[in-house]
Design a binder for this molecule. Sequence first.
Ligand code: F6R
Length: 241
Amino acid sequence: MNIIVTANYEVLSETAANRIAEVIKNKPNAVLGLATGSTPIGLYKKLVTYNKENLIDFSRVTTFNLDEYIGIPASHTQSYRYFMDYHLFNHINIDYQKTHVPNGMAKDIQAECEAYDEMLRGHGGIDIQVLGIGNNGHIGFNEPGSALTVGTHVTELAQGTIEANSRFFSTREEVPTQAITMGIGDIMKAREVILLASGITKADIISRLLEDKIDTYIPASLLQAHPHVTVIVDQLAGQLI
Ligand code: F6R
């Protein structure tokens, strides 16, 4: 794994945006794997700016998001579809039909998961996958456990994840307890991965990600077996490495 420690969150966001710009320049119909959460907001802001400055053309780009809560509609301000529209898709020249987020309201969730993987395969897989990391080492919503799932699946959110995400909801009870997430196999098949982490609360998990052995109890550690991963952190998240 390559590691880049940047001076601050602004530079972290710019570094990630520059890499994505390069990928799209080399392959205008690139497939991007995208994440939500607070970490990539700065990256999406930069991508919007680059698009406005005509430095990136998204017209032929396809996107697949990692995950979505089960049980809240796309119109809910905390749904990941809403997040992506708000921070990125509404502001760039992407064909909205080419943006994919799992449907957490699907009647048949199992069929939704299978269709998502089928669609990913149909597009030839992901060229570059953006990841954040949970304090517990989760990527997407692949939570720590004795076994990890390969494809897109339904997952129960860990208590710590519900706790962490409750900052976006008015009460803890409102936080969904289940989500659809791409599996570890989907992420590992991406041709390139950039994992972003910012702030002191991520310092411990970043040092464990880089230094511990591969362990299903730190799902992100599986990335050690991926041939093209860049971990981009700011000073605070990189403090213990
Ligand atoms: C979001 C996702 C999660 C987040 C992680 C970090 O789509 O898949 O794995 O990347 O929970 O979240 P933040 O960036 O809010 O610390």
